[in-house]
Design a protein around this ligand. Sequence first.
Ligand SMILES: NC(=O)c1ccc[n+]([C@@H]2O[C@H](COP(=O)([O-])OP(=O)(O)OC[C@H]3O[C@@H](n4cnc5c(N)ncnc54)[C@H](OP(=O)(O)O)[C@@H]3O)[C@@H](O)[C@H]2O)c1
Length: 281
Amino acid sequence: MPRWFVTGAGGQLASAFAHVLEDQVFLSNEEALDIRDAEAVRTAVHAFAPDCILHCAAYTNVDGAEANEDAAEAVNVLGTRNVLQAVRGTHTTVVYFSTDYVFDGAKGAPYVESDLPRPLNAYGRTKLAGEQEVLGWAHGIVIRTSWLFSETGHNFVKTILAAARDRAGTGEPLRVVDDQVGCPTYAGHLAATVDEALSLGLGPGLYHMAGSGYCSWCELAREVVQLAGLDVEVEPITTAEAGRPAPRPLFSALDTERPIPRLPHWAEGVAEAVDKLISPA
Ligand SMILES: NC(=O)c1ccc[n+]([C@@H]2O[C@H](COP(=O)([O-])OP(=O)(O)OC[C@H]3O[C@@H](n4cnc5c(N)ncnc54)[C@H](OP(=O)(O)O)[C@@H]3O)[C@@H](O)[C@H]2O)c1
């Protein structure tokens, strides 16, 4: 049975992996491992001797990165380099998770692995630089995903559910961006699909894995509100009206040209997450 080492273990995707993987898992949050600390990473990795590192730790605040690119770079690039240095001389697989925000959104059709990245924002630039570090490792795997949500952590689905509950019955609408389109991805589906792909022998390289289909943020919000049975209108607005600090691609749906397992449709993931959020076990 492989030994798994999961970085960023308090986050959405790492929490999903903690549910999917069987034993022999090192979860970095138990030791508060800061991946910016090269020596601490080396010590923890050597002590556990993993077969595979699921490198989920990242600086994921897109607008925060725009204001402080150095902080994002310290985690997404230098932290990733620390993880790679810790496995030097071993055969440990390192799986790095990247983003649809490495693309500029101008293609007008779903992006595949051979499309050229051109990030519009600081987050995308630092994640792309992290990718390049990992692709330089003989056992490096880069998995680009997008619009992650789950019942844990901070994410759009939870934010919309909370905002809709606040407004239910007040007549006050929710205003949500309708001109950005992407693939909402349920972290539980991604973790299960990555586990399946690795068990089928996924080799080094670059892969796209996101929820099937695509939609706008506004359509996603409407799905959440409808599944939750809340009486709230979701009003479409433009990216310009939303006025967020970091520019975002308008169409960043992902598709794959590789023979890898596919994720279920995004709406199935939303149904699963909303169900868990509404009626927690
Ligand atoms: N969220 C998305 O929509 C999205 C979309 C595409 C790709 N991705 C990528 O998918 C991966 C997983 O994303 P996610 O949504 O699970 O992210 P997340 O929920 O924000 O989790 C990231 C985790 O990394 C931790 N972290 C931050 N800086 C760290 C450091 N210096 N050392 C150790 N841990 C650190 C965070 O801890 P704190 O919370 O304490 O800071 C958090 O627990 C990331 O690589 C992300 O770039 C995410």
